[in-house]
Design a protein around this ligand. Structure first.
Ligand code: IPM
Ligand code: MN
Length: 360
């Protein structure tokens, strides 16, 4: 297969983990006889510094013309504590999602047995947890009408975000949820706040209609506060969850940390144009340039990329190599066991995985 991949390494640890992701992508292409070409493009703080726009038009063109986007991370502390900054790196990510029509964000939450001890939860609660969060990605408060902090006629400063959803937006993401549920354990949890929010009542209304088309899937409904609690009390309850943009953002951070392996979780965003594959973690500016960032989420994002094109053997070999590296204790410092004298950095972990793939 021929694949044109847009490479958006972004900020912080992004370029370092991307280097390993690309190396693994190429090793797989070579092994299975695919022709993969890459085109790098600017995004995030990096792009603001160079061209004044976190998602420049040229980057959009490169993404649109590619078969897939491999994305690392964006964000820079110099913008975090400046609420009046006119442009922010995160706007680049949001612009990419909107312009590429990436309405479905697929975030698998899987545990790795050998890392369960890193979870803040008890072993018996988290071991075996395996669910997917389907997060709506181009609607809700992220994109609804906004008003930045402004002093009103009464001299009081006010601001506004609008949690706006339309029926077609809700319907299409629910259908993605049902498709995933059908391919898994046939259990879909619709997460909302229908006891308070009108937008959530639309979600629930639409879901109760659509549910009838999927009688083979068990559908249940849960308020988001309850879901946040259930996720730490009994994460194995969940198979596929589907929720709106903001709730999905919050729940997936919670999901990633309960596995003990935040640096290991990849994601896919799909929709009407080019799909994007990226780690769910951020740009970790403090770790930049130190060769300590875990490249596994980026590498597993490459597995999701191949799997998206039904290249399942390719994806499976990447997953096998990642598991083998963990079993062999070839791990970055945050997941290394104390008893292991060897030190591995971002580059060494990536190189070990590439080598495993070549020899497989
Ligand atoms: C995520 C991130 C982004 C989001 C930020 C960086 C804009 O937290 O992908 O979850 O809020 O969606
Ligand atoms: Mn987030």
């Amino acid at each position: 297969m021929k694949l044109k991949i847009a490479v958006l390494a972004g900020d912080g640890i992004g370029p370092e983990i991307m280097e390993q992701g690309v190396a693994v992508c190429s090793a797989i292409a070579e092994k299975f006889g695919h022709e993969v070409s890459y085109k790098e493009a600017l995004c995030g703080a990096h792009a603001i510094d160079e061209v004044g726009d976190p998602f420049p038009e040229e980057t959009f063109q490169i993404c649109e013309q590619a078969d897939a986007v491999l994305f690392a991370s964006v964000g820079d502390p110099k913008f975090d504590n400046n609420p009046s900054a006119k442009v922010r790196p995160e706007q680049g990510l949001l612009a990419m999602r909107k312009k590429l029509g990436l309405y479905a964000n697929i975030r698998p939450v899987e545990t790795f047995d050998c890392l369960i001890h890193k979870s803040p939860l008890k072993d018996e609660i988290v071991r075996g947890a395996d669910f997917i969060c389907i997060r709506e990605l181009t609607g809700g408060m992220y994109f609804g009408k906004k008003m930045e902090p402004t002093v009103n006629a009464d001299g009081i400063e006010e601001a506004l975000d609008t949690n706006y959803y339309t029926r077609p937006e809700v319907e299409r993401i629910l259908r993605v949820g049902y498709q995933y549920a059908r391919a898994r354990r046939r259990h879909l949890t619709v997460i909302d706040k229908a006891n308070v929010l009108a937008s959530s009542r639309l979600w629930r209304k639409v879901a109760q209609e659509i549910e009838k088309e999927y009688p083979d899937v068990t559908t249940d409904y849960m308020y988001v506060d309850n879901a946040a609690m259930r996720m730490i009390q009994d994460p194995k309850f969940f198979d596929v969850m589907v929720t709106e943009n903001t709730f999905g953002d919050i729940l997936t951070d919670e999901g990633s940390v309960i596995t003990g392996s935040m640096g290991l979780l990849p994601s896919a965003s799909t929709g009407s144009s080019t799909p994007v594959f990226e780690p769910i973690h951020g740009s970790w500016p403090q770790g930049r340039g130190l060769n300590i960032a875990n490249p596994l989420a980026q590498i597993l994002s490459v597995a999701m990329l191949y799997e998206y094109f039904d290249l399942n053997k390719e994806g499976a070999l990447i997953r096998e190599a990642v598991n083998a590296s963990l079993d062999a204790n070839v791990r970055t410092p945050e997941i290394q066991t104390e008893s292991c004298p060897e030190k591995y950095g971002t580059k060494e972990v990536g190189a070990w995985i590439v080598d495993y793939i070549r020899k497989a």
